[in-house]
Design a protein around this ligand. Structure first.
Ligand code: AHG
Ligand code: MN
Ligand code: MN
Length: 336
C-alpha cells in the first residue's frame, strides 16, 4: 500500500514552490526566489562532493583549523559554507547563520532591511566525507520579528522552531535528494543531473507511525541518562520485538532513513556533551519541523523541540526524533 502519492508527471522543485506559493496568496515571489538560491547552492555542493576523491578537486581532508564548535573543519565544510553564502547573498536574505561561522552574517542593502533569516549546517556528517559515506546540508528559514528593533539581531534570530517559515535538507547519497516543508507537508525531490533540476519524487511524505529501527551511537551508552540505558536494554528484548540498529553518523542520512522507513533517532546527553551534541537552530529545529509535518515527533526529553526558546546561536540540545509511537516509547522510559 503506497504511503505517499508518487507523481505521475514531471514536476520540478521550482514549479512546486510556485504552486505552493499560489496556494498562499500572501506569499511573495521573494520566498520562492530565496528557496531557489538554496537549491542552487546544493547543486554546486553536490558537484563538489561527487568529485571529492579526484586529485583535480583537491577538496578532501582538513583545513587544519577548528570552528566555533571546536571541531576540525574539513575543506568541503568551507566550500559548502562559502557556496551557500554566495548563493544567498542575492536572494533577499538579511541574516545568515552558519554552523561554520561564530557570528551571524548581516547582509546590508542600503537602508532597506531584508526580512529573511537563513540558518544552515552547510555540510552535515563531515567526518564521513573522506570515506564516501552519505553527508548532507540542512537549512531553516525564519523571518525578522516585527516586535523588536531592526538592529537587535540576536532577538530576530533566537526564535523557537515553531516560528520557522520553511526547513529542509539535502542528502548527498546514492542519489541527491532534497526534502522541504513550508508547513504544508513534506515533499521530496531527486536531482536529475541530466537536466540539472530537482524533480518531484514523493509528495506529502508520511513518516510511518512505528518503526523497528533505532539509531544511536551506543559507544556512549554508559554515559547516557539511566532512562535511555533502560530503553536500550528494553529494545533488545523479545518483548520489544525485532528491532534493528542503524547508525550512519550523518544526522541527515539517519534522519532521511527514519523519515521514510520509520523508527527513532536518538542523540541523548552524554558525559562529554551534557546538553547533547546536535545544534538546536540548524540541525534539530529544521528536522523537527519536517518530522512533525510528516506525522512524527521530536523532543529533547522534556519538551517539544519546536517549543524550545533558544538562548544562544550554537546551542546544543538532546534529541529524540522519529515515529510518534517510537518517540513516545522512549519518553515512557525518560518520563516514567
Ligand atoms: P557535523 O558534521 O555537521 O558536525 O554533524 C555531525 C553530527 C551529526 O551529523 C551526526 O549525527 C553526529 O555528529 C554524529 O556524532 P557522533 O560521531 O558523536 O556519533
Ligand atoms: Mn551537522
Ligand atoms: Mn556541519
Amino acid at each position: 500500500m503506497r504511503t505517499t502519492s508518487e507523481p505521475t508527471s514531471i514536476v520540478t522543485l521550482q514549479q512546486h514552490i510556485i504552486e505552493q506559493q499560489r496556494e498562499h496568496p500572501t506569499a511573495t515571489g521573494e520566498f520562492s526566489w530565496l528557496l531557489s538560491g538554496i537549491t542552487l547552492a546544493t547543486e554546486i555542493i553536490q558537484a563538489q562532493v561527487r568529485r571529492a576523491g579526484l586529485l583535480s578537486a583537491a577538496v578532501l581532508g582538513e583545513t587544519g583549523t577548528r570552528n566555533v564548535q571546536g571541531e576540525m573543519v574539513q575543506k568541503l565544510d568551507v566550500i559548502a559554507n562559502k557556496t551557500i553564502c554566495s548563493c544567498l547573498g542575492y536572494r533577499n536574505v538579511g541574516i545568515m547563520v552558519s554552523e561554520e561561522d561564530d557570528e551571524p552574517t548581516i547582509v546590508k542593502e542600503g537602508t532597506r532591511t531584508r526580512k529573511y533569516i537563513v540558518l544552515f549546517d552547510p555540510l552535515d556528517g563531515s567526518s564521513n566525507i573522506d570515506v564516501n559515506v552519505s553527508i548532507g546540508t540542512i537549512f531553516s528559514i525564519l523571518q525578522r520579528r516585527d516586535d523588536v528593533k531592526d538592529d537587535d539581531v540576536m532577538a530576530h534570530i533566537l526564535q523557537p522552531g515553531c516560528q520557522q517559515l520553511a526547513a529542509g535538507y539535502v542528502v548527498y547519497g546514492s542519489s541527491t535528494v532534497l526534502a522541504y516543508t513550508t508547513g504544508e507537508g513534506v515533499h521530496m525531490f531527486t536531482l536529475d543531473p541530466s537536466i540539472g533540476a530537482y524533480v518531484l519524487s514523493r509528495e506529502n511524505v508520511r513518516m510511518p507511525h512505528t518503526g523497528k529501527e533505532y539509531s544511536v551511537n551506543e559507544a556512549y551508552r554508559d554515559t547516557f541518562p539511566d532512562a535511555i540505558q533502560r530503553y536500550l536494554q528494553w529494545v533488545k528484548t523479545a518483548e520489544a520485538g525485532k528491532y534493528s540498529m542503524r547508525y550512519i553518523g550523518s544526522f541527515v542520512a539517519d534522519f532521511h532513513r527514519t523519515l521514510l522507513r520509520g523508527g527513532v533517532f536518538l542523540y541523548p546527553p552524554t558525559k562529554s556533551a551534557p546538553g547533547g551534541k546536535l545544534r538546536l537552530m540548524y540541525e534539530a529545529n529544521p528536522m523537527a519541523f519536517l518530522a512533525e509535518q510528516a506525522g512524527g515527533a521530536a523532543t529533547d526529553g522534556k519538551q517539544r523541540i519546536l517549543d524550545k526558546a533558544p538562548k544562544a546561536l550554537h546551542e546544543r540540545t538532546p534529541l529524540v526524533i522519529g515515529s510518534k509511537a517510537e518517540v513516545d516509547r522512549v519518553l515512557s522510559f525518560w518520563q516514567g
